[in-house]
Design a protein around this ligand. Structure first.
Ligand code: ACO
Length: 364
């Protein structure tokens, strides 16, 4: 059997399709490129949740922009309970602890609250860590704009909000990645949408999944100038390190999200020198990987340009995974709802390769 289950099909989904050979991502009937930079986060949440989300109590359709705004306000009531102990944790560990305080359930209210939570808690945690007072959400703002304001302290420009919307949409869902699988398994036990998102978040934070973009910044800073890239990258591979932001379990060509985010960076208009360094490091890394791993196509993944985009939005690298979670949580929730609708517990089997009882004595 394959330890990474790469050939195992573990769910049917209407939500997204990752074509690793063609480098194509479909999000519920639309190509990624039709949505990133075109639709805001709330619109794509609506696309994913359509037909899955439980109806509002009075049966009316949900205006997701205002419903998410109200949900941010509900989550905000938890912020005053942030104690100093949480401030010693990394932002994603603090976020995990705070999300665990939300009540579980499988209804619309829980779906909205858990989707609103990463934005509110990340803003509050970062400000408390910096010795600043957390800022209450503005329920009338767009989710991306409000997230940036709750972190940075002032309303972002339209370009900045649009760039974060592009990011949140680009990462909202991606087939049965590790965190989404964790969320579906948890939802299948009927533990609730908050538990499903917590399982997703816990899987996301690892450096092989959503923890990669912070280390991409470390890599760019350590390289410093383009002319040092090749030597630095060769030395990293010589040590047995993996290059963060490269390689993917499914894509054998370039991750389409990388170019969608690069385009968003260009629209935002970032520091040209930083982008040029990023492009030079990317080119050198691809060359070094091609030379050292000729049998394995290792291309740029979403995390490389995530790092440059979130850095340009003045988000601290320590919180990059929290911002990833702020987008992906809507996908986890959609998958959790889709899994619950199947009514089936996920419970695969293992192959026992340990000793049989009494085997040692028999051999002796
Ligand atoms: N740098 C160096 N070597 C790599 C890299 C990399 N980034 N990625 C894969 N390889 C090598 C492995 O060491 C292995 O080599 P070996 O056979 O000589 O031991 C071989 O390529 C395995 O390739 P795959 O089977 O394609 O890789 P796998 O599916 O196991 O891993 C993963 C995928 C975890 C994403 C990997 O490419 C990696 O660690 N990348 C760096 C971390 C990263 O960027 N993570 C974000 C992924 S995107 C996301 O989750 C949102």
């Amino acid at each position: 059997m394959e330890a990474g289950l790469e050939s195992v099909v573990a769910a049917e989904t209407v939500l997204s399709d990752v074509d690793g050979d063609a480098g194509r991502l479909i999000l519920r009937g639309a190509d990624l490129e039709e949505l990133v930079g075109v639709s805001d986060f709330e619109a794509v949440v609506g696309r994913l949740w359509a037909g899955l989300i439980p109806a509002s109590p009075d049966g009316s359709s949900v205006d997701l922009k205002s419903a998410l705004g109200e949900a941010r306000m509900e989550v905000w009531s938890e912020v005053e309970r942030i104690d100093d102990g949480l401030l010693h944790l990394s932002p994603v560990e603090g976020l995990r602890a705070l999300m665990a305080r939300l009540g579980d359930g499988e209804g619309l209210a829980e779906a909205l609250r858990v989707t609103a939570a990463p934005a509110v808690f990340t803003g509050a945690l970062l400000r408390r860590k910096a010795g600043l007072a957390p800022l209450a959400p503005d329920p009338s703002a767009g989710h991306a704009a409000d997230l940036l304001r709750m972190i940075g302290g002032q309303a972002p420009g339209a370009g900045q909000a649009a760039a974060l919307d592009a990011y949140l949409v680009a990462v909202i869902d991606h087939g049965l990645n590790a965190s989404t699988f964790a969320a579906r398994v948890t939802a299948s036990t009927r533990a609730g949408l908050v538990s499903a998102a917590l399982a997703g978040l816990s899987a996301l934070k690892g450096p092989l999944h959503g923890g990669a973009p912070g280390p991409v910044i470390d890599m760019l800073d350590a390289i410093g100038v383009a002319s040092h890239a090749r030597v630095w990258l060769e030395a990293a591979l010589e040590r047995g390190d993996r290059l963060m932001g490269f390689g993917h379990r499914v894509y054998r060509v370039r991750d389409p999200r990388a170019d969608a985010l690069k385009a968003a960076i260009r629209r935002l208009g970032v520091d040209e020198g930083r982008l040029a360094l990023g492009e030079a490091v990317e080119a050198a890394a691809l060359e070094v990987l091609r030379t050292r791993k000729p049998d394995r196509p290792l291309e740029t993944n979403v995390e490389f340009y995530t790092a440059l985009l979130l850095e340009a939005l003045a988000i601290p690298p320590s919180a990059f995974t929290c911002i990833f979670a702020a987008g992906r949580v809507a996908g986890w929730t959609a998958h959790a709802l889709e899994q619950i609708a199947t009514g089936r517990l996920i419970r695969p089997r293992s192959v026992y390769v340990g000793p049989q009882p009494g085997a040692r004595q028999a051999a002796e």
